[in-house]
Design a protein around this ligand. Structure first.
Ligand code: ADP
Ligand code: MG
Length: 294
């Protein structure tokens, strides 16, 4: 089992605090990081990669303090930035081969096998010989994902990896990550929250640089479950008053019915009943908790 300990990380830009005393322990499996824009998700990953130095705090890997600038640490991690820059003039294959050479994979045949196997897993074999700048957004994104994985790192840091990918391709990436996650620490910043409940063994919720939740997705659902209710109303009704009076988490439609999920801590409704929220409903309701003044 690999253990990454994040201890009291604080990061400021100028005098503004963007990460405030963040501590958590991460083990093998996929840990999802979610939170509103600007909550410090990307900053946290950049600190783990060594690209940014924290103002305070330390990181330990398997009980040893990490020297974030060391080669020893660099080779253990694979990082996909939110806006990856690639070597535009190489082919996808040449680029991955070049990265493996940098990672000291000396044997040409093993490099070839590794690249082909990964291109196959990520489903872009036919594009291996394309110059990267000529690739479409989705395939480029897969090459970017591949550059983070190619050297078989122990710690994988993904900043919104599935932007640009359609559902089928997102699922393919998720399945592959699940397949390799037993032996690896995977930190995954995502924004399609309901997809993370299948993917992640744990989730971290960041809000304004602070850790607001740290645990299993199912436990967040359980924690918010007492507050989330559903009401069904005929579709033809005028829903304006209903929508304005309730703190809405989600609205759907089923046949002639409008289905409204809401946080009952604000206004309740006599015809509603408690339901089990989805992860994204539980997540929103977690944020609503701040607005309750009692
Ligand atoms: P997230 O990834 O959760 O959207 P970020 O980690 O990118 O958030 O950013 C956290 C906060 O830090 C934001 O308010 C952002 O504007 C600020 N920030 C990020 N990078 C810089 C920088 N280089 N200089 C100043 N402020 C920055
Ligand atoms: Mg970000």
């Amino acid at each position: 089992m690999n253990v990454l300990q994040i201890i009291s990380i604080t990061k400021k830009y100028e005098s503004r605090i963007v990460l405030n005393d963040v501590s958590t322990t991460i083990v093998n499996g996929i840990t999802g990081i979610i939170g509103p824009n600007g909550s410090g998700k990307s900053t946290l990953l950049k600190i783990i990669t060594g690209l940014l130095s924290p103002d305070n705090g330390t990181l330990f890997y398997n009980e040893k303090r990490i020297n974030l600038q060391s080669m020893e640490w660099r080779v253990k991690i694979g990082y996909l930035p939110q806006e990856p820059g690639l070597y535009e003039r190489m082919t996808a294959y040449e680029y991955l081969d070049y990265l493996l050479i940098l990672s000291k994979w000396k044997n040409k045949q093993s490099r070839k096998e590794r690249i082909n196997a990964l291109m196959e897993k990520l489903n872009f074999v036919p594009f291996g010989d394309y110059i990267i700048k000529d690739l479409s957004g989705g395939i480029r994104q897969k090459v970017a994902i591949a550059q983070a994985l190619i050297h078989d790192p122990l710690i994988i840091l993904f900043d919104e990896p599935t932007n640009n990918l359609d559902t089928e391709e997102r699922n393919r990436i998720h399945d592959y990550l699940l397949e390799i996650s037993k032996e690896k620490i995977i930190l995954f910043i995502g924004h399609i929250i309901d997809e993370l409940s299948r993917l992640c063994s744990r989730i971290l919720v960041l809000d304004k640089g602070e850790l607001k939740y740290n645990g299993k997705p199912a436990e967040l659902i359980e924690q918010q479950r007492d507050f989330v209710k559903e009401i069904r109303v005929p579709f033809e009704n005028n829903h304006q008053t209903l929508k304005e009076s309730l703190k809405i988490l989600n609205i759907g439609q089923n046949g002639n019915e409008l289905i409204v999920h809401f946080d009952s801590r604000f206004n309740d409704h006599s015809k509603s009943c408690l339901i089990k929220p989805t992860l994204s409903e539980a997540y929103q309701s977690l944020f609503f908790s701040n607005q309750i003044t009692r």
